[in-house]
Structure formats: C-alpha cells, structure tokens
Design a protein around this ligand. Structure first.
Ligand code: NAG
Ligand code: NAG
Ligand code: NAG
Ligand code: NAG
Ligand code: NAG
Ligand code: NAG
Ligand code: NAG
Ligand code: NAG
Length: 405
C-alpha cells in the first residue's frame, strides 16, 4: 500500500443554500475531496452562471475545486475511497499520449502495462505509424511515493514488440500468464486478438485476426468471462473515423471468441460505437459502453449515446440479453470499464473517472479535468490512465479478479 500523503482528515460541512435543499450532516471526506450534495443543485434558477452547453467541455464542478480531486455525490462512495485516498501523479510526459489504453496489471511482477494513443496528434500514430506499449514498475512507484508527499515521475519503459502488434487499444489479464491484447490494426494490417509474454523477449502469439476472411474494423477492448477462458471484445469503426484504417466492412458489434475451438460469433449489436466492456465477478452481468456521442474527427453529436448498457449473460449461450441503460454520463463519453468487489462500476469519461453503484447511481468521480480512457486496480491502488499522465489513487476498494489461469 502507498503511505497516505497527508495525515489529517479534512472536514467539509455542507450548508443548505435554498429552501429546496435539505441540510446535510457533516460529512468527513478524504483530504482535498469535496462532497457535492445533489439536493443543493437540483434547482439552480435561471440566473445560474455555470450552465453547461457541452458535455465535452469542462465538467460539473459547482464548488470550483481545483483538479485533480475526489468528488463525492453519495456518501457510500467513501466506502470505496476510504478515509485517506489522495490522487497523485506517478508518471507524466507532456506532449506524448503514452498511457492511453489497454492497462494490464501483472501482480507477480508488480508491473503495469499500457499502450499509447492511436488517435489525436499526441499519439504520434496513424496510417504510417503504430502506437507503442509501455510499462511502469509499481515497486518503483511505491518507493518513489513513499519518499515524498508530492507527485512523482517514475521512468516508463517501452516494450520492443514485433510488427504483428499494430495499434494496441484494449487489454486484460494476465491470461494464462500472458498479456491479452486486442489491436485496432493499422492501414491494411489486420486488427487482432493476441497474447504477449509479459517478460522479455515479449514474444507474441496472434489468436485471431479475421471474421471468416473479413478483417475486423478496429478492435477496441476485451475481457474474459470470469470462470472461463472465453474472450469478448468490441469492434467500433474508430480506426476509419480517425484515419488509420480503411472503410469498415462489418457492423459495430461485440464478439465472443473461444480460443480452444476457434469459433467466433456476435453476442450483441445495435451500438453506435461499442467501446469498453466488463463483467460482474459472477459472470452473470456485462457492461458495454457506447461512445456514440464522439465520432472522432467526424465530430460530436450530443444526441447520440454516451451510455453504459447492461446485459444479462445468457448462461446457456453466453450471448448478451435484456439490454438496458445502466448509466448515461454527464461528461464526455464512457470508455474503458472496471468493477470493484463491491459491485461499483468505474468508467473513464470526459473529465476523469466516474463511479456508479450497482444500481447505476453516480456516487463519485476522480475529477482530473482531463479525459481518462481507462483505469486498472493494482496492489497500490487505482491507476488512472490520462494519456500524457498516469495518476494513482490509494483507494480502499479492490478490483474484481481479472486473472485467467
Ligand atoms: C456554449 O457556451 C459557451 C460559453 O458560454 C459559448 O461561447 C457558446 O457559444 C455556447 N454554445 C452554444 C451552442 O450555445
Ligand atoms: C511514430 O511514433 C513515435 C512514438 O510512438 C514517435 O516518436 C515518432 O515521431 C512517430 N513517427 C511519425 C512519423 O509520426
Ligand atoms: C521493479 O523494480 C524493483 C526495484 O527496483 C526491482 O527489484 C524489480 O526487479 C523490478 N521489476 C521488473 C519486472 O523490472
Ligand atoms: C528494448 O530494446 C532496447 C534496445 O535494445 C533496450 O534498451 C530496452 O531495455 C528494451 N526494452 C524492454 C522493455 O525490454
Ligand atoms: C514465448 O516463447 C516461449 C518460448 O518459445 C513460448 O514457450 C511461449 O509460449 C511464447 N509466449 C507467447 C505469448 O507467445
Ligand atoms: C445527431 O444525431 C441524430 C440522431 O442520429 C441525427 O438525427 C442528427 O441529424 C445528428 N445531428 C447532426 C448535427 O449531425
Ligand atoms: C438499489 O436499489 C434498491 C431499490 O431501491 C435498494 O434497495 C438498494 O439498496 C440499492 N442498492 C444500492 C447499492 O444502492
Ligand atoms: C481544465 O483544462 C482546461 C484545458 O483543457 C483549462 O483551460 C482549464 O483552465 C482547466 N480547468 C481547471 C479548473 O483547471
């Protein structure tokens, strides 16, 4: 565990500001955190100066707190954060979106793996250039954080991977000791599902790179159904929208792949841009985010989904059934998804990471004022990838087990 950066707890008292709001009891929050009682903001009146007209700008920060900070909308979030959680930078490289997606934490090595962005100029990737996979040693992070109360910047190493690895965008594991990645492909090189040795020489085995002879569009994220070794992955058309893949030849949908039989089939469709995916620990429920609001370089349409959908996993067929809305996000769009062991759902959104309870009520945010595409639980806390930076929050909650033996 990371030593708490600050000793004392801050006490934040919420005062009733209008007759419509109820007074709240004093709520003790972690240092620097802010409790935003929804009752205080249900009615703000016509003269409210902070009306938002874009989901993709700013964020809901009524107390004007300086980011990064923990924002609490329901005191049950404190059970996840614990009393002394703080948000600290553990790596930064301004100008290079080195830590964008595909986080995999390997407990045996205490190392965190991730990939750089395959969209936007700060990813330095495109039709002619792949993204890169990096790693950070969490033992070194723990030592650096223990030596100061400030942010730290621990050296990131780049993996030397073979040319079959093009635009890593999603990852999970360890899967039978390996990193399990999905790639978005690049130019005419195919998107793929692959396993990578987490140790040098980081050799690669591709498991799947087509759907009965047709290339996928640009694979985005992957998870393994708990208790099985069956992989489920999303395939939006961002590779084409961003300009590093040819025109899509398949709908934007979610696939099931059984590596022991080689069989691959579709388990859910009717998305604009299916993105992140995560199962509950019992494997009975699955979440899929739809980032339809953003078509990358093709623009933003605020009437399209920025929505996490929830499904039942059919126990007989493993197809996704009974689709319903789990949460619509107020800022940006939901990207990668992870769950903690209490059933809370975490997703990378426009201004940080949002957290909902299992009913879909927003209980809190890790408010960064920058997009976080993905995050992952480590032994040291929740590591949040924010492209040019990685944050670590020493929260109390533990992630669901992502290891496949
Ligand atoms: C949204 O708000 C900003 C800042 O107040 C303003 O500049 C912009 O014109 C507004 N856009 C629309 C579509 O209302
Ligand atoms: C290719 O990407 C690397 C970083 O991954 C960057 O250093 C290099 O400048 C890029 N090359 C081009 C031609 O963009
Ligand atoms: C991580 O850093 C620790 C401390 O320097 C070192 O003992 C360990 O070998 C490193 N792990 C890896 C996988 O490089
Ligand atoms: C990649 O190769 C370079 C040059 O051979 C080496 O210095 C570096 O340690 C390698 N990175 C990893 C993670 O093995
Ligand atoms: C890496 O190479 C070793 C030795 O050939 C092999 O046993 C292992 O399965 C390979 N791992 C991957 C992920 O390809
Ligand atoms: C936004 O999306 C809706 C629903 O697909 C569509 O009807 C509308 O034309 C779109 N607006 C713009 C400006 O593209
Ligand atoms: C979910 O909603 C039900 C019905 O209101 C309630 O009993 C339960 O406590 C809620 N669960 C959480 C985690 O809030
Ligand atoms: C949030 O980030 C934007 C740039 O992305 C910056 O203009 C703004 O000042 C930041 N807001 C705060 C409160 O730090």
């Amino acid at each position: 565990m990371v030593a708490s950066a600050f000793g004392a707890l801050a006490i934040f008292f919420v005062a009733a500001s209008s007759t419509n709001a109820q007074s709240s009891p004093g709520v003790t929050v972690p240092p620097g955190a802010v409790y935003v009682n929804p009752l205080e903001y249900n009615v703000v009146g016509a003269d409210y100066t902070q009306w938002r007209n874009s989901s993709l700008v700013g964020g809901f920060n009524p107390a004007n707190t300086t980011p990064p900070f923990i924002q609490i909308f329901d005191t049950s979030f404190l059970e996840a954060t614990g009393p002394s959680a703080t948000i600290r930078l553990i790596a930064s490289n301004p100008g290079f979106a080195f830590a964008h997606e595909a986080p995999i934490y390997v407990p045996d090595l205490n190392v965190l793996f991730f990939s750089s962005s395959n969209s936007g100029p700060l990813g330095y990737s495109g039709w002619y250039n792949s993204s890169v996979v990096g790693m950070i040693n969490m033992t070194e992070v723990d030592m650096a954080l223990a030596s100061t109360t400030s942010d730290v910047n621990v050296q990131v190493q780049t993996l030397n991977l073979s040319d079959t690895v093009q635009m890593v965008n999603g990852g999970t594991g360890p899967y039978k000791g390996n990193l399990l990645f999905v790639t978005a492909g690049r130019a005419l090189l195919p998107p793929s599902v692959m396993v990578v040795n987490p140790n040098p020489p980081h050799n690669v085995t591709v498991l799947l790179d087509n759907f009965y002879g047709r290339q996928f569009n640009s694979l985005n994220d992957v998870k393994v159904l708990p208790g099985t070794d069956i992989m489920f992955f999303t395939d939006p058309s961002y590779g084409w929208l961003v300009g590093y893949r040819p025109e899509p030849m398949l709908p934007s949908q979610v696939y099931r792949f059984d590596p022991s039989t080689g069989q691959v089939r579709v388990v859910a469709d009717q998305f604009v841009h299916p993105n992140g995916i995560a199962f509950t620990h019992d494997g009975r429920t699955v979440f899929v985010s739809d980032s339809g609001i953003s078509s990358a370089t093709a623009g933003v349409n605020q009437t399209l989904p920025a929505t996490i959908y929830q499904f039942d996993v059919d126990p007989a067929t493993q197809s996704f059934k009974n689709r319903r809305v789990f949460a619509y996000v107020d800022s940006g769009f939901p990207d990668g998804i992870q769950l903690d062991t209490m059933g809370n759902v975490y997703s990378g959104c426009g201004e940080g990471t949002h957290v909902w309870n299992s009913n879909g009520t927003l209980i809190g945010k890790f408010f960064l004022n920058s997009t976080s595409a993905q995050m992952i639980f480590t032994k040291s806390g929740l590591a949040i990838l924010a492209s040019e930076t990685i944050y670590l929050v020493n929260i109390q909650a533990q992630g669901t087990n992502l290891i496949t033996y």
